[in-house]
Design a protein around this ligand. Structure first.
Ligand code: ADP
Ligand code: MG
Length: 708
């Protein structure tokens, strides 16, 4: 056995091997996913309590102070003159001196044997205590004392180092486990920190001024001062970001190195498309289209994300890419997260493509068995050039003759695996993903680290900004008046009801009742449509068609319209319970209007008194900038709320904070690039490679299994 393996084995020992850790403690730790000594060392505090303490020889009378020191004596006595009075006395010693503290109790309970024994176990001489209280001059001895301290707490810090520290770790906990237990355990484990090997190459540590791992670990738990705590945290946050971005970059590298067939179109189909389009492309659209065409012409697969605010015209970009692939003899899959959006894409694409003699079909969960069989066959024989669909495209029976390009719209609605799953339907096809939810740069680096990003940073000409107003139920009538006015002028309106997914049935009932109420009481003069996720596919199609053709000038809808739905004639959107949505989602919803040259309006209804909600709605009133809103959303709600980890594919971050540690993320990103440049295979850094796979096991770099 080599020295290194024996050390690793020691760190991999069960926590129960540590002195003073009982089976019960070990069992409790398991609820925190801690089993080994190494797990304990890597269980970082959530925060630290800093006790700003005064040296005992520096305290002065009438001042409230906190002192930290060793308990040198502890006694309980009864007053001779007053029978009910009990006195508990402590003598505390620090490096500078000692001071006495006395607590007075005036109740017979404090004379009980039970209470006294408990106190004696609690305050054992030698223990470290933190005392806060007001300093007085004892009238009898003239010494400075602390009488009736507001707090006296024994802290379970046993090592000498921790004894002089007054920074105490506070750990994330689960039910049935206290901070005292975790502190006790990390105390016991901390002696093993010096055995931790540092997987980071020394050169890299030097270059980015990072603490060594063993020092970082020891000091993240029991720092001696704030400066070393900051340095320890910096190193560990760096690690989290570093391994994450390294994984993403490696993944990108792996994808890049797969061979793929270059797509070099003659451009005829695109020219034809341009001639039938009722508009010309914006400068931004042209730029992005060219970036895509360049990628497609390369012999390695494209892996590009197109970001563009709602209404910036991403669909046409997808069509241009699709036509290039089709012209070169390949098939294309276009996937959307909702049936409503897939249907809409199908309709608008079919409109254009039929004029160009390109075959297209729609495949969703509600496609009939007969149609489905036909589609499967046509895809396999290559009869069908482009398939538009939902998750149904993942199904095993969907096989292509030669898939050349996979497009995923509203990619933020899918996990990272969606890309891979669709890609596996062909031999390394090119991949184009699109999103209207711009995610903050920090998140983009982590989640999309493996993608090239194109930006449509311009809206089609003539768009006006949407007048946005937060209202309450009391002022709702103003919005209703405006809806009436707009409908009278031939425009249309959405009324959005938020649904809580957990209780679909209840919600459904609420949606149906609300629709009826709005129809009968609020707008009896207009025909009101209803759209919700539980409707059958054909019903949804009818509801949308009726709205798009103006049969129902007002549509009451759940958030199924959130992404992508395009009805340019709609100019008002009223969002009920706006407090239930995040900024990015509100922005998406608001993007359903303002899709034409008409002035549009957005009303955010909320009676919430919460300051945070009020602030969010104010931000909505003031900004139409998707990027700014996404940044604000991250600040106001935190990353967890914005992207479910599961959905984003982003692992839980134990210590890094995406809202505060942006700078470190940048540095980690640079470091990851530096490492890969030096050695793309990481072969010369085996420890680094091991650590990488330990941390990101779930990110298989070259997935070969088809998930289903
Ligand atoms: P996104 O998917 O980016 O939200 P869409 O692709 O649905 O936006 O486009 C929004 C609307 O703008 C559609 O009605 C589309 O036909 C129209 N549009 C797209 N590009 C242009 C353009 N260059 N000029 C005018 N209208 C455009
Ligand atoms: Mg779209």
């Amino acid at each position: 056995m080599t020295y290194r393996t024996s050390i690793q084995q020691m760190l991999d020992l069960s926590v129960q091997k540590l002195p003073g850790i009982s089976t019960i403690d070990a069992y409790k730790l398991r609820t925190l996913k801690i089993q080994t000594i190494a797990d304990l060392l890597h269980y970082y505090p959530r925060q630290h309590l800093t006790f700003k303490h005064t040296c005992i020889n520096e305290v002065t009378a009438d001042e409230t102070v906190t002192i930290v020191g060793k308990l040198v004596s502890h006694q309980i006595s009864s007053s001779r003159s007053k029978p009910n009075l009990t006195l508990q006395k402590w003598q505390i010693l620090d490096k500078s001196g000692s001071i006495g503290c006395t607590q007075f109790y005036n109740h017979p309970y404090y004379q009980s044997h039970e209470w006294r024994t408990k106190q004696q176990t609690l305050y054992q001489p030698g223990a470290i205590a933190i005392v806060t209280g007001k300093v007085k001059v004892d009238s009898y001895t003239q010494n400075l004392v602390i009488n009736n301290p507001t707090k006296i707490q024994v802290v379970e810090l046993e090592s000498a180092k921790a004894a002089c520290s007054s920074i105490i770790p506070v750990y994330p906990l689960s039910k049935g486990i206290t901070n005292e237990v975790v502190r006790h355990c990390t105390q016991a484990a901390i002696g093993y920190a010096p055995y931790l090997e540092d997987p980071l190459p020394e050169g890299l540590r030097g270059q980015f001024e990072l603490l060594e791992l063993k020092e970082a670990i020891a000091n993240i738990h029991y720092p001696t001062d704030q400066a070393i705590l900051d340095a320890a945290r910096r190193r560990l946050v760096f690690d989290e970001f570093f391994y994450l971005t390294l994984t993403m970059l490696k993944r990108r590298q792996a994808i890049r190195h797969r061979p793929s067939l270059p797509i070099v179109p003659t451009g005829q189909l695109i020219d034809q498309l341009m001639s039938i389009l009722p508009f010309s492309l914006t400068k931004a659209q042209k730029k992005v289209a060219n970036e895509i065409l360049f990628d497609l012409s390369q012999s390695n697969p494209m892996n590009r994300l197109v970001q563009g605010d709602v209404g910036s015209g991403k669909t046409i970009i997808a069509v241009i890419a699709a036509l290039s692939a089709i012209e070169s003899g390949y098939q294309v899959a276009l996937m959307a997260p909702t049936e409503v959006l897939a249907q809409q894409h199908y309709r608008s694409l079919a409109d254009w493509l039929e004029q160009l003699n390109v075959s297209i079909a729609l495949l969703t969960g509600s496609t009939s068995a007969k149609q489905r069989a036909q589609i499967h066959q046509d895809l396999e024989t290559g009869q069908l050039s482009i398939i538009v669909g939902t998750h149904a495209l993942f199904q095993e029976k969907v096989q292509f003759q030669q898939l050349g390009l996979a497009i995923i719209d509203e990619q933020h609605r899918f996990g990272v695996n969606a890309r891979e799953r669709l890609q596996q339907k062909g031999k390394s096809p090119h991949v184009l993903t699109m999103t209207a939810t711009p995610i903050p740069r920090t998140l983009a680096l982590t989640i999309h680290g493996d993608l090239d990003v194109s930006q449509i940073d311009e809206l089609p000409p003539g768009r006006q900004s949407i007048q946005t107003k937060a209202i309450t139920n009391r002022t709702r009538h103003k919005a209703y008046d405006l809806i009436r006015q707009e409908v009278a002028r031939g425009r249309q309106a959405y009324i959005i009801l938020p649904l809580i997914e957990e209780s679909e049935k209840l919600d459904l009932k609420a949606a149906i009742e609300e629709h009826q109420r709005i129809q009968e009481q609020d707008f009896p003069e207009f025909q009101i449509g209803l759209l919700h996720g539980q409707m059958r596919s054909a019903e949804k199609q009818t509801a949308i068609a009726h709205f798009q053709t103006g049969i129902t000038p007002i549509l009451v809808s759940t958030t199924v319209v959130e992404v992508g739905v395009d009805c340019p004639n709609a100019t008002v959107i009223l969002i009920e319970h706006a407090e239930r949505f995040g900024l990015s989602q509100l922005h998406q919803l608001r993007g359903r209007v303002g899709r034409s040259i008409y002035q549009s309006y957005c009303f955010l209804v909320s009676d919430s008194k919460s300051d945070n909600v009020k602030q969010r709605l104010r931000v909505m009133e003031q900004s139409q900038d998707g990027f700014y809103l996404a940044e604000m959303d991250l600040r106001l709600r935190g990353p967890g709320q914005i992207l479910g980890t599961q959905q984003s594919g982003l692992p839980e971050l134990a210590i890094a904070d995406l809202t505060k540690d942006e700078d470190l993320l940048e540095i980690a990103y640079q470091a990851a690039q530096w490492v890969l440049k030096k050695d793309p295979t990481l072969t010369c850094w085996s420890a680094l490679q091991q650590e990488l796979s330990r941390r990101h096991k779930f990110f298989d770099l070259e997935p070969t299994v088809v998930l289903n």
